[in-house]
Design a protein around this ligand. Sequence first.
Ligand SMILES: Cc1cc2nc3c(=O)[nH]c(=O)nc-3n(C[C@H](O)[C@H](O)[C@H](O)COP(=O)(O)O)c2cc1C
Length: 219
Amino acid sequence: MAVAAEPGMSTMPSHDFTTLDATALDTATAYRLLVGAVVPRPVAWITTRGKDGVVNAAPFSSYNYVAHSPPMVAVNIGTKDGQLKDTARNIVETGEFVVNVPNVEVMELMHGCSADYPPETSEVEALGIDLLPGQRVKVPRVAAAPIQMECRLERAITLGRGLNTLYIGEVLLFHLSSAVFDGRHVDSVKMRPICRLGGPLYAELGTLHNRPQLQKPPK
Ligand SMILES: Cc1cc2nc3c(=O)[nH]c(=O)nc-3n(C[C@H](O)[C@H](O)[C@H](O)COP(=O)(O)O)c2cc1C
């Protein structure tokens, strides 16, 4: 039965979509579609410390800020072969992590941390990454990252069929490099942030569009 178009709804026949029932998709397909559709994603380069003291670092792009009073960030960490990834295990065991904000200058180093290192091997030692001590948490920060946020685990929420857990952290300290922070604002253009797209792509900023938030509906 034809459905009458609602006001404002296009009836153009040229709109050609593939429509997929998300509830029937296998896990790999759902993942492939999500990482292509939810773009651009900011990247968190997360440092943690294991119970054994080993410092771990890895990139995560299923990540964002989720509250600002107090400031909170969240990252979704999947399981690998049914096991917690080192970052997730360390967050659960210590309740602490640092989100290091990567820019284009540290991208290669950060990407190197996504390789499959065994738990007893520290990515930061293997790749020679310089660290600074955490001040509120025992987890060190990546010295070359322009911003580092020391976080305490607020809560962990396991989602869906159990493959994904969302780790929400309260930001206890911001460390802001003078190269990008003027005492009030972060110059996010100067910072040259990177984002993750679908597939193996990172991207830098492109064209900027200056649009202050509207107080009234546009004419
Ligand atoms: C740019 C990028 C983004 C990633 N985002 C995520 C993510 O959001 N969640 C996740 O579980 N894994 C993500 N990964 C994969 C992890 O970085 C990878 O599994 C890493 O080995 C985990 O390290 P760990 O075991 O030391 O914690 C991402 C990898 C890259 C390169």
